[in-house]
Design a protein around this ligand. Structure first.
Ligand code: SF4
Length: 232
């Protein structure tokens, strides 16, 4: 099996607005209370001291497509209605997972056990904003590397969104990624542990369908309500 590549990502900058968006807070009609702003700024600093963004990725050969299925090397496959459409002419799939590590989750547990719910929610939102941004940074870096050598990439997609409902395909991603190398594993429900982690795939090839600047959120029926679609 090919060896995955591991990258320690520089800690990204997040903004107060991104944290509020990740929280699902709406301050469009009235500004947040100064006490709320102060707490969030303090927790943002704490979060930045705790995150350790790391990505792992690998290329896998595409061997064919079927109805709602995309076939991969070694007899594996992905089952999604969107994926075989978007990546129907891809030669390879790029599989990538990004995490911000365990320290922030340990702090979340401490806040929960201490009953500090305001701090808990603010830190959780910071973690969501950090992992979304670290994931975007990692994928942009990989995309740029392909584009520099004349290859095209699809927009990133992942199991667990409405266009790719089942999480079982996380097992396929983790099989190829060997993500335990950066401390990740799947629980019995195929959720990534630690939870502040993401896994995505992109098609790679010389001649890909043109989706004109669209992202996977354009194909998701949650896009008007999902805080993640607005977090980065
Ligand atoms: S709207 Fe939310 S759930 Fe849907 S694809 Fe975008 S991030 Fe995922």
């Amino acid at each position: 099996m090919k060896e995955p590549i591991i990258w320690e990502i520089p800690i990204p900058e997040i903004t107060l607005d991104e944290v509020f968006q990740a929280e699902g807070a709406d301050y469009s009609q009235r500004p947040p209370h100064p006490r709320t702003v102060k707490l969030h700024r303090k927790i943002m600093e704490e979060a930045a001291s705790l995150v350790r963004p790391t990505a792992i990725w690998i290329e896998v050969d595409v061997t064919g497509i079927g109805a709602g299925e995309l076939f991969l090397e070694d007899g594996y496959k992905f089952s999604s209605n969107l994926l075989p459409n978007v990546a129907r002419t891809a030669e390879k799939m790029l599989l990538i997972s990004t995490t911000i590590g365990t320290a922030i989750e340990e702090r979340l547990t401490e806040y929960k056990e201490a009953g500090k719910m305001s701090e808990l929610y603010a830190l959780d939102a910071c973690a969501t904003a950090f992992v979304a941004k670290a994931g975007t940074t990692a994928m942009s870096q990989v995309e740029d590397a392909y584009h520099r050598v004349g290859l095209k990439t699809t927009f990133p997609m992942g199991p667990g969104h409405s266009y790719w409902k089942g999480l079982e395909d996380m097992q396929v991603i983790f099989h190829f990624l060997q993500a335990e190398r950066i401390g990740l594993h799947l629980n019995d429900s195929n959720l990534i542990i630690p939870t502040k982690s993401v896994a995505m795939v992109m098609g790679v090839g010389r001649d890909l369908p043109d989706f004109k600047g669209k992202t996977h959120c354009n194909f998701c029926n949650l896009q008007t309500t999902c805080p993640l679609s607005q977090a980065v």
